[in-house]
Design a protein around this ligand. Structure first.
Ligand code: PLP
Length: 439
């Protein structure tokens, strides 16, 4: 290793640029697939502000790396070319200020030329402390309920004994173990609100179109931060949701649409007109990010702890946030040997939380899925019953759909991971209707 390279804690390296998430994904994928980092981040030596390797720094953050290899250069060796034709030109000083104090500069708004030879490096992810060494706080004592959320990750990964055999193991990732909404959506509620808070974008009232879970998660966290929420819920969602949300103090508006995503334009217009913050789970990259950084990596670390690598990962598609992140992560790290399967409702079927790809999803187009499986509502509910009666877990409808999809692709061998987004307790009305229909 070149003597010029030093290691800094990632938190000490200062990012002067707002890097588009889409531009970070290739670097993130490359580091994961090679298992090593080959270029140091170049920083100015008195401030530790990045001059080269903006995407690398963001990728290391997404990998939860603790350390970063850096090359520290003197500012006399640096030339900056501003690409902001009409605006105030960007100089080295502007960049250093943006890194130290903010606000960050737009991506691709300047070029930096460095008159120093940049050595290559070969640093493994373990050397950067990417992988977990301790297993969390075993005694489970938390200073506040937010810690109960993010310090309690990973959510459990449990082997489903009744569906496993000597050659096949089937694992469920229990996202219902998150504390607020008892669903996968706590992760994005936290991530979107924290990102808005950091950028100074978090207003006093938050508007969101939601099918329940995101609404509960956002309201819970908003309550901790002294904010209010107004939630727009499609008419197709169970009545019980209004009650849960009112208990939490949210203002609930039922909208005459079938799918949550169909309410976005209205929510966006209303939030602008009424000075509210629209986090917008369907477009907000903090959604994909939290699943890259935590959900996907958790599954990998959990399976590696029992010396396994998944052959199939199956999960539902709503915003496509969690399954797109899982696909990006696993295909980068293990290539096409990991098959990723998305689950959507069959045409004209309603399964809360998931919807059909043609209704428009952002991140699914950033990666590849090996198969998409259509599931009917009845099949999803029957999946819930099977899992409840064999394994004792009362899972939600979209989780039941994931289980049904598993039964369609299951072979006698292999390692299967089923992502169960929530528990069944919110869906009493749907279960009741099902029991009435079957007599
Ligand atoms: N299942 C349930 C119960 C959900 O609430 C959601 C999201 O709303 C999903 C599945 C889909 O997750 P994602 O939005 O990450 O695609």
């Amino acid at each position: 290793m070149s003597k010029q390279i030093t290691y800094l804690n990632v938190v000490e390296v200062k990012q002067p640029v707002n890097v588009d998430l889409k531009a970070v994904i290739p670097t993130y994928s490359q580091i994961l697939s090679e298992g090593v980092l080959k270029e140091p981040i170049v920083v100015e030596k008195t401030t530790m502000v990045v001059l080269k390797g903006y995407e690398t720094l963001e990728a290391l953050k997404l990998l939860s790396a603790e350390k970063a290899p850096v090359l520290q250069v003197d500012s006399s060796k640096v030339k900056v070319k501003s690409l902001q034709a009409e605006l105030k030109p960007i100089t080295l000083e502007t960049i250093l200020m943006a890194g130290v104090r903010g606000p960050k500069l737009p991506y691709n708004s300047f070029n930096v030329q460095i008159d120093v030879e940049i050595p290559t490096v070969e640093v493994s992810l373990s050397e950067l402390n990417v992988w977990r060494r301790v297993e969390g706080d075993r005694l489970r004592v938390y200073n506040d309920t937010l810690e109960l959320l993010y310090k309690d990750w990973p959510t459990p990964l449990v082997r489903l004994r009744s569906f496993s055999s000597e050659k096949r193991s089937v694992w469920a990732k229990l996202e219902g173990a998150n504390p607020y909404s008892n669903s996968v959506k706590d992760r994005i509620g936290w991530s979107m609100i924290m990102a808005a808070l950091e950028d100074g974008r978090l207003g006093d009232i938050l508007y969101e179109a939601t099918s329940t879970n995101t609404g509960i998660a956002i309201t819970a966290i908003a309550n901790l931060l002294g904010r209010k929420t107004k939630l727009f819920i499609p008419k197709t969602i169970q009545k019980a949701s209004d009650v849960f949300l009112k208990v939490l103090g949210a203002d609930v508006v039922r909208v005459p649409v079938g799918l949550t995503v169909e309410a976005i334009e209205e929510v966006d217009a209303k939030s602008k007109a009424e000075g509210a913050t629209h986090l917008n789970q369907f477009e907000n990259d903090a959604n994909l990010k939290v699943h890259l950084k935590y959900t996907a990596k958790e599954i990998d670390e959990q399976l590696r702890s029992v010396r396994l690598k998944p052959d199939y990962i199956i999960g539902g598609l709503g915003t496509s946030g969690h399954m797109s992140a899982i696909s990006i992560y696993f295909k980068s790290r293990y290539g096409s040997s990991v098959k990723v399967i998305g689950v959507q409702p069959a045409p004209n079927e309603v399964i809360p939380g998931i919807r059909r790809i043609e209704t428009g999803m952002k991140w699914i187009h950033w990666t590849d899925f090996d198969q998409i499986i259509d599931v009917k509502r009845r099949e999803a509910i029957e999946g819930v019953l099977t899992v409840a009666r064999k394994e004792g877990l009362l899972i939600g409808l979209s989780a039941g759909a994931v289980f049904h999809a598993f039964t369609k692709v299951a072979e006698d061998e292999g390692v299967y991971v089923l992502v169960f987004p929530d528990t069944g307790y919110k869906y009493v009305e749907q279960f009741e209707e099902y029991f009435q229909s079957v007599g």
